[in-house]
Each structure stands twice: as structure tokens, then as C-alpha cells.
Design a protein around this ligand. Structure first.
Ligand code: DGJ
Length: 688
């Protein structure tokens, strides 16, 4: 059979879509390494259907309910009166451009045009997919408006890898095998949330090839995977309408969020590098702005912020080599604890008796940049802002507003609220010498309503407001580095990553807990966006003690920061810290711009990350404390097998001078004789 087919090619992959011979829809022909489309489609099927329709069995790229009635559809559209809840569209035509494809479908009866968009991302193995809807002459109701569906042929059970958690335990890598049935993850918290990242990897059982998707949407979302009887997994992903449906007005065009689709023949590890490269692309030229070593005083002083103690910390931070000092929560009026102050973004004169300006000048005189925390979407019930604008918070008329962390949430979908936030940020950044802004958010919307504005798409409006403010920050204050945070890692996805410089994965900074969070995080996100601090925190989930070296090496796998109470550190600890920070500065370009490989897992005795750039290989190696490989008589050193090196080349350890053959490092690995006093190492190898 011949079909109309279109192939999109990235650096190493190709994605072929065809028009189905069975009906008016597009379906996947092949997706994998370059050339994978050269042969009969692995997704072809017998065309025998009992009790279902061909559309239900097809590897369809996108189908409305109506045409695909039983097996899960991406689009549910109807007239506002609920009539015609379904759609039976026709193919209109295809348009192609360099690296882009658009397939248009039209439903005459509802008057809805749907265009499936595909776009390759130069320099990456990512294909972006999204869908655009235009209503012709009447208002329509979209109950489901997914971005895309992807199809993966599976011979046995599909292996799904996803990132799960809760506050303080984000990004735990979790796996399950799905032979049949439906798997679903998502969030209704108005942010991606701590429970699941909007990211999924799918493999065919033990097969190394890995497919991945990630949704760029900082609001409500879902990813649903269905293992089908014919041996395939079909994954649908998209935003979730706030009140059950989005209304699209006549003449209006609505675009879904983008779904990034990635493939790697090298398993989850290779897939992580595809995502890292994509996020380097998202950072654009800001990737090349060195991410400074930060000191943040939150864990040292909490809400007890005053100039004298902050300056004492800043002085010590500068002494050990920090380059930036960030004052976290607690710097503004009315913020003695978490019950007040939010919304009244004025420096507390009692905390800064010589003036905030003078305080910042004193920090800067130490050679440090200055950064500030803010939670722009939040408001405390006792604040002046709330007294002046009670109508600015989300609320449902006649219902009590619940407090979460003693705060209410501003309706950032309102233009006046956005203007207030922009005005506040402009005022702070314009008045004070601030080079770094940490944007936090500590509560989800609960009573999410805007009285008198029923039927509005509040989730999308909040997202648009949030992105508008972030875009404003980028254009009006291009020199300010922005850290994205939501009570830890509650809002980390590609729309945020494209508009911030770093993100905060978790409030849990305890070493072994952090190791497991970072291990999961680095599957989906790049080292150059991963903010990570060395602190004094004991483990919340794993209280085994770890050395200062462990804490530093662990934090160096991303963007190094320090959050410990340095006032209590001994001179020896400060000297050691200065040494680690110095070493980090020598290799951070390799860590942030190189290719990263995850070595081992936190469940094994040794775990680490290998970073390669040019002729340098940096290995951050960490002992999980099991000491299985320690030199207990007659034990041997544990080994971390490196990857991607040249077998015939030689690699010299710049600290010890030991020279290794590439084949040796690939086959046996780098040795680490862990002991109770030696639980981490940073090895820098230079190719000779
Ligand atoms: C939650 C953040 O994740 C923390 O790092 C800190 O900024 C606190 N909020 C401050 O309230």
C-alpha cells in the first residue's frame, strides 16, 4: 500500500507520519534512529477489528472523540448546550516547511478547524508537537484538548519511567511495567506539583531504546498511557481544563501547550542527554552566563533576618569563595514568621536600620552579587495588600477561603494583578542593586474562582500571567538571574525553564536524600538549571551522616550553592569548603556545558555523574554508604564504569597523575576505595 507520508528529521532521529488508509486521521509510521522509516511500518496492524472501530486500533497521532469512540481520544468538543459531543472531522491538507509539518482537519458540523503542528528543534533530537483549534462561527466547548498522542510499539510489557514525590521528596525515579491497562499522572494544583513531573519515558521492556515526552505547561496537566491489546502503548498528554471545559469563541484560535518528544537508542541515560541538550537550547545565550556560586541564608536564619547577621554570613560566604549572596524569605515588613507580610514587598526598616540600600552596598563591598527572594503570587490575610485588594485573590462567592501555609493566592490571570506584580518587581529591581531573584510559590489554588467571571479558563489565564511576568523580567531586567521555585520543585517544566536561569528541585538538602532527588531530576533536566546547596541538614528520609566532601561533590553536579550556617563552621571546615568551591570553579564549564552521564544508581554502593567536554572528563563520585566494595579484607575498591570515552586514548587524573587507558575506564571503571572518612570524590581526567 502507498500512503502519503511526511518525515521530520533531527540530528539523529526521524519521525514519519502518514495519512491513514483507514480513515481521516494521521498516524505514526515510524519513530526512531535516522532511516527507521525505511521498511514496512512496525505499527502496521491486521485491520481486523471486533467490537471496536479501525480508529480505535490505529496508531493515531490525534483523534477526536466521535471518530475514536472507545480507545481514548485527545479532543472532546461540543456545542455549549452539550449537543454534538463528538467530532467526525475530514482531512483538509498538509503544509510543510523546513523541519515543520502542519496537518489540518475540519469538522463542518461543529465548525472547528484543528491543526496538528510538528516542529524539529535544531541541534537537538526533540520534536515539538502541539495542536491549534479555530472555531468558525459559533462558540464551542472543549472538554479535552490534549497537545498530542504518541505511539510506541511494544512486544511485551511497556516499561514506564516517571518522576514522583511529595514536598521534600521530589523527582524520585519510579518504574513500572504495563502489560495492559491505563496509567495516568497529572496535577490539579495549578502548577505541575510535587507528586509527578510532567515527563514520562517509555521503553519496550528491557530494550535499551527509550522514548520520552515532556509537557511545557506550568498549570494543570495529565499524561495518560494506555497499553493496547495489539502490542503498542499510546500516550496522550495535555493540559486539563480548570472547570471541566474551555470555551472557544467564534473566530478565536487556541493553541495547546507544546509537547516535546524525544528518542534515544541509548536508554534512559541517552534520553537524559537529549533532554539536557534541549534545555541548553531553551536557555539560549543565557546558557553562557556563568552561574555564580550562591550563598542563601534561608536555612541559617529562617525568618530571623537582620542586617548584622546577614552581613556576618555574607563575609564568611565571600571568604570561602561564594560569588552571590541571596536573602531569602523574611526581609520585608510584617514577616516575623509565615503568618504575615506577603504582598507588602518593602524592606523591613527594623531589620535594616541603615537602609536596605546600605545593606546591599555592604554585601557588594565584599565582592558578592546580591539576590532577593520573593513570592509574587502570594498574599497574607493580614497584609496591607489584602486589605486594599481583597478582590485580587482566588475565591468562590459565599465560600470560605482556605489558607495553605497561612497564605492566599493572587489571581495572576487578572491584568491588574499582573501589573501590580510587574510594578513591584520593577520597583525592587530598579531601586536596589539586585542581580538575582528567587521566585517562590508556596500554595496551590484551592477555591479557584473569580466571582462574576464564570466559565473563564482560569488555569490558562494564571499560566499566561505567570509567563507574561517572567517574560517581562527577561526583557526589562536582562541582567538579573532568575531562580524558579515553588515550595521546592513544584513548578518545574519547560515553559518555566525557558524563562528562568535555574530551578530549585527540592527543599530537602540532606545529602543522601538530595542524591536521590538529583538522580531523578537529571533524567529529565540539565545540570546547568539544577540549583543545589551544601547545607547542614540531616537526612529527612535517610539520616545516615555524610561528610562535607559528599555534600560539596553532590551539589557540584548542578549549580553549586551553600545554605549552611557558616557562623558555626570551624576554620577547618571553611578551608575545606573554600577548596571545594575553588575546584568547582575550575570545572563548572564542563558540568554546565558538557555531556552528562549518570553512573550507577543511588541504590548501588557507588553512584555518580560523568561530565565530558573537549578533552576533559569530570567524575563526581559518591558513596551511598553501603561500603560493599570497601577494602574490607579481602575486599576491592568499588568501581564506576565510565562511558563514551575513546578506548584507545589515555586519560590522566590531574590530581594524582595516574594515567588510565580508555578501554580500562570503560570496562573496569575508575576505582574508589570508600571508607567511613572517604565517601565522595571529584576526579578530573584529561585526555592525553
Ligand atoms: C520554600 C522554598 O522552597 C525555600 O527554599 C524557601 O525559599 C522557603 N519557601 C521560604 O519561605
Amino acid at each position: 500500500m502507498t500512503y502519503e507520508r511526511w518525515t521530520l528529521r533531527t540530528e539523529n532521529t526521524s519521525y514519519t507520519v502518514r495519512l491513514s488508509p483507514d480513515g481521516p486521521w494521521a498516524e505514526l509510521d515510524a519513530w526512531g534512529p535516522l532511516g527507521v522509516e525505511d521498511g514496512p511500518s512496525a505499527l502496521d496492524w491486521s485491520r481486523r477489528t471486533h467490537f471496536i472501530t479501525p480508529a480505535d486500533a490505529a496508531p493515531a497521532e490525534y483523534l477526536p472523540y466521535g471518530l475514536r469512540p472507545f480507545a481514548g481520544s485527545e479532543l472532546v468538543a461540543s456545542r455549549p448546550d452539550g449537543e454534538d459531543r463528538g467530532m467526525w472531522w475530514e482531512f483538509v491538507g498538509a503544509e510543510t516547511d523546513e523541519g515543520a509539518l502542519r496537518l489540518a482537519f475540519h469538522d463542518e458540523l461543529l465548525g472547528l478547524q484543528s491543526v496538528l503542528h510538528y516542529e524539529t528543534v535544531p541541534g537537538t533530537d526533540v520534536i515539538l508537537r502541539w495542536t491549534e483549534f479555530t472555531a468558525a462561527s459559533r462558540e464551542l466547548r472543549l472538554e479535552r484538548l490534549d497537545s498530542a498522542a504518541v505511539n510506541i510499539p511494544v512486544t511485551g510489557a511497556a516499561r514506564l519511567t516517571y518522576l514522583t514525590g511529595q514536598w521534600s521528596q521530589e523527582f524520585q525515579r519510579t518504574q513500572l511495567d504495563l502489560p495492559r491497562g491505563t496509567f495516568s499522572i497529572g496535577s490539579l494544583q495549578g502548577v505541575p506539583g510535587h507528586a509527578y513531573a510532567p515527563w514520562l519515558a517509555v521503553q519496550d521492556g528491557e530494550s535499551p531504546a527509550a522514548y520520552g515526552i515532556a509537557l511545557a505547561w506550568p498549570g494543570n496537566w495529565h499524561i495518560t498511557a494506555e497499553a493496547e491489546p495489539g502490542g503498542a502503548v499510546r500516550v496522550r498528554a495535555g493540559r486539563v481544563p480548570h472547570e471541566g471545559a474551555v470555551i472557544i469563541a467564534p473566530g478565536e484560535t487556541l493553541a495547546t501547550p507544546q509537547l516535546a518528544c524525544a528518542f534515544s537508542p541509548e536508554g534512559l541515560d541517552g534520553l537524559s542527554r537529549v533532554w539536557h541538550r534541549y534545555e541548553r537550547h531553551l536557555s539560549g545565550e543565557r546558557l553562557h552566563r556563568p552561574r555564580k556560586v550562591l550563598y542563601n541564608s534561608w536555612e541559617a536564619t529562617g525568618f530571623d533576618v537582620d542586617a548584622a547577621a546577614q552581613l556576618e554570613l555574607a563575609k564568611t560566604a565571600a571568604d570561602i569563595g561564594a560569588e552571590l549572596f541571596v536573602v531569602d524569605d523574611g526581609w520585608f515588613t510584617g514577616r516575623a514568621d509565615d503568618t504575615g507580610g506577603l504582598g507588602d514587598w518593602w524592606p523591613d526598616p527594623a531589620a535594616f536600620p541603615q537602609g536596605f540600600d546600605q545593606f546591599i552596598a555592604d554585601v557588594r563591598a565584599l565582592g558578592l552579587d546580591f539576590g532577593l527572594w520573593i513570592e509574587p503570587e502570594a498574599v497574607s490575610p493580614g497584609s496591607r495588600l489584602y486589605a486594599e485588594h481583597p478582590e485580587w485573590v482566588y475565591r468562590v462567592e459565599g465560600r470560605p477561603g482556605r489558607l495553605v501555609r497561612n497564605e492566599l493566592l493572587l489571581d495572576l490571570g487578572r491584568t491588574d494583578v499582573q501589573d501590580f506584580v510587574i510594578g513591584t518587581l520593577d520597583r525592587l529591581l530598579g531601586t536596589y542593586a539586585i542581580s538575582y531573584l528567587k521566585w517562590d510559590m508556596n500554595r496551590p489554588p484551592t477555591e479557584r474562582g473569580r466571582p462574576g467571571a464564570g466559565g473563564l479558563d482560569l488555569d490558562a489565564e494564571h499560566v499566561a500571567g505567570y509567563l507574561r511576568v517572567l517574560d517581562h523580567l527577561r526583557s526589562a531586567h536582562p541582567d538579573v538571574t532568575v531562580e524558579g521555585c515553588a515550595g521546592g520543585g513544584g513548578r518545574i517544566e519547560h515553559a518555566t525553564i525557558a524563562r528562568t536561569d535555574v530551578v530549585w528541585p527540592s527543599d530537602n538538602t540532606a545529602p543522601l536524600d538530595r542524591l536521590s532527588t538529583q538522580y531523578g531530576f537529571l533524567h529529565a533536566h540539565a545540570p546547568h538549571v539544577m540549583s543545589s546547596w551544601v547545607t547542614d541538614a540531616p537526612g529527612i528520609f535517610d539520616p545516615r551522616p555524610r561528610s562535607l566532601a559528599f555534600r560539596f561533590v553532590n551539589a557540584m553536579c548542578g549549580v553549586l550553592g551553600v545554605g549552611a550556617d557558616l557562623r558555626a563552621w570551624t576554620p577547618e571546615q571553611r578551608t575545606e569548603a573554600a577548596r571545594w568551591i575553588g575546584r568547582y570553579k575550575e570545572v563548572r564549564d564542563v558540568i554546565h556545558h558538557g555531556e552528562a552521564r549518570l553512573l550507577g544508581t543511588p541504590e548501588e554502593p557507588s553512584c555518580g555523574v560523568q561530565f565530558d567536554a573537549g578533552d576533559r572528563t569530570v567524575v563526581a563520585a559518591l558513596s551511598t554508604g553501603r561500603l560493599d566494595g570497601a577494602p574490607l579484607l579481602p575486599g576491592r575498591a568499588d568501581r564506576l564504569r565510565l562511558r563514551g570515552l575513546e578506548p584507545a586514548a589515555r586519560y590522566r587524573d590531574t590530581a594524582t597523575g595516574t594515567s588510565y587507558g580508555g578501554a580500562h575506564l570503560l570496562h573496569y571503571g575508575l576505582p574508589f576505595a570508600w571508607s567511613a572518612d572517604h565517601d565522595a570524590d571529584l576526579v578530573v581526567l584529561v585526555r592525553e
